[in-house]
Design a protein around this ligand. Structure first.
Ligand SMILES: [Zn+2]
Length: 86
């Protein structure tokens, strides 16, 4: 049997915030089998070490910043022009 590249209407999509290295932005980490918030991950690219909680906070704030930037851009598109003050 061939494996399908996409799976429309299949398994429910779970949006996960991917962790990113605080130093280099890498997304590959070495970590223990059962990770907890205060466990430390080591970036495979640059070797920087940070806790899950730190990485998650960083990822969430980055995502929030991107979302906010997107909303801001969308909002600007709706502006037809600046009203000139008399
Ligand atoms: Zn790194």
């Amino acid at each position: 049997m061939q494996s399908e590249p996409s799976n429309p209407g299949g398994a429910p999509h779970q949006e996960a915030v991917s962790l990113q290295c605080l130093q280099c932005g890498g997304t590959q980490f070495t970590h223990p089998a059962n990770v907890k918030d205060d466990d430390q991950l080591s970036c495979t690219a640059c070797g920087a070490v940070a806790t899950i909680a730190q990485l998650r906070d960083h990822a969430i704030s980055e995502r929030a910043r991107q979302l906010a930037a997107g909303l801001f851009t969308e909002g600007l598109k709706g502006v037809k022009g600046w009203k000139k003050l008399p």
